[in-house]
Design a binder for this molecule. Structure first.
Ligand SMILES: Nc1ncnc2c1ncn2[C@@H]1O[C@H](COP(=O)(O)OP(=O)(O)O)[C@@H](O)[C@H]1O
Ligand SMILES: [Mg+2]
Length: 391
């Protein structure tokens, strides 16, 4: 495989499904990837979106692959040589592993450096596997109680005996969709919180029936879910803490930013896709966790996220970027809930444009967001210059 000509500018190949002729060819990532390509151009690099298939079959097509880039603000179809580095932004629309795509990525990673190692993406996507991995690394994570939804009354009883707060959620995350909270109330009443609804049942048979109905309505099966202990967080609204850690243009780790995502009043999860809103951690902790100094709490969370990032890297090798979702309990224990190898920037964007925020805060988050896009561009250039895998 011949790499992009050394004399010409470095090419970052973004892997993502691209649908031409629609307003948002890369779906929800369209703005982000447009900004990524523009940032690359600003730093005299090129960047284009390719399907994994087009890169894998590149040699058969005269050493060039079809992709899409920007000319000004318009999408343009181009034929380009093999990229110098790959930025993986491919979301599979199947619930679980897309073995075909993963195999293509593995094959590409033998000759082209990836901003995020392929192994990282595979490990963090599967919440069951990720939990085992984090336990090996001694990073605190909520305990897995069952690797699928119980099927019999006896299995339910066993699961319900272990904790009075449980989370049932898809093993492969769906941005907050499909998360069920089960609380055991006095007199063995089971309270289910799913999406915006709360229901109470008083037998495991009813509980089983309600969950069955919910799972089927999502087109999923019991084996697509895991059962986890619920971490009880302070305050009366659900929230999680999103930290973005990246490597920058010198290859060093950088803590890019932290945002609190807070659920709307009746929602079971704080995901932005489920109506959750973004909050500045300082302001949020002042009201939701009065007592400790917010900046000490932020420092504590930042350190926990960095420790988890470095622990993961001991197995996967250097990571280009990772979105870490944290929870904090009443005793200030920090739990790593999940890690996202293809982190979005919606939460930062919300704070940079949100109605009612003061200008200083908006500017701070606009700068964080810009930095969050610049970092993988510059780290990509760093990798292209230091890790050429010529064949
Ligand atoms: N074990 C848990 N304890 C407490 N809350 C949880 C737990 N697991 C998930 N949640 C809640 O559900 C949300 C979504 O779960 P997460 O594992 O991040 O999946 P997704 O991939 O759908 O974002 C979290 O932000 C958190 O609010
Ligand atoms: Mg999440």
């Amino acid at each position: 495989m011949k790499c992009h000509d050394k004399k010409s500018s470095r090419l970052i190949g973004i892997i993502a499904p691209f649908k031409p002729h629609v307003e948002k060819p890369v779906g929800k990532q369209t703005n982000l990837l447009k900004e990524f390509i523009s940032a690359a151009q600003l730093f005299s690099l090129s960047a284009a979106i390719f399907s994994p298939e087009s890169l894998v079959s590149i040699s058969a097509e005269n050493g060039k692959a079809s992709g899409y880039t920007l000319a000004g603000s318009e999408w343009k179809k181009v034929r380009l040589p093999i990229p110098d580095v790959i930025y993986d932004r491919y979301y599979s629309d199947i619930c679980g592993f897309d073995e075909v795509v993963e195999n293509m990525k593995r094959a590409l990673s033998r000759s082209i450096p990836f901003i995020n190692p392929v192994q990282l993406t595979e490990t963090v996507t599967d919440k069951l596997r990720f939990y085992e991995f984090m336990t090996e690394k001694s990073v605190l994570s909520p305990r897995i109680i069952a690797d699928s939804i119980p099927g019999t009354e006896a299995e339910w009883k066993n699961v319900l005996n272990q904790k009075d707060g449980l989370i049932v959620k898809p093993r492969f995350g769906l941005m907050g969709r499909g998360v069920i909270r089960i609380h055991i109330l006095p007199a063995r009443i089971y309270q289910l919180h799913l999406a915006m609804k709360i229901l109470r049942v008083n037998s495991t048979a009813e509980l089983n029936g309600a969950i069955d109905y919910f799972v089927e309505s999502m087109g999923l099966s019991r084996n697509d879910f895991i059962v986890q202990e619920e971490i009880r967080i302070p305050g009366n609204r659900y929230f999680d803490i999103r930290c973005l850690i990246q490597r920058n243009g010198t290859g060093l780790m950088e803590f890019t930013g932290m945002v609190v995502r807070c659920a709307t009043r009746h929602a079971a999860t704080p995901n932005i896709d489920q109506g959750g809103f973004a909050m500045d951690p300082e302001a949020w902790f002042q009201s939701a966790l009065p007592g400790p100094n917010p900046s000490e709490l932020i420092e504590h969370l930042r350190k926990s996220a960095e420790t988890a990032y470095s622990a993961i890297e001991t197995t996967t090798g250097n990571i280009g970027e990772l979105g870490l979702d944290l929870l904090i309990d009443n005793n200030y224990n920090v739990y790593l809930l999940e890690a996202n190898a293809k982190p979005g920037r919606f939460a930062f964007q919300r704070l940079s444009t949100g109605y009612g925020f003061e200008d200083g805060l908006k500017r701070r988050y606009a700068a964080i967001r810009a930095r969050s896009i610049e970092n993988p561009v510059l780290y990509g250039r760093f990798l292209a210059n230091t890790e050429r895998k010529d064949k």
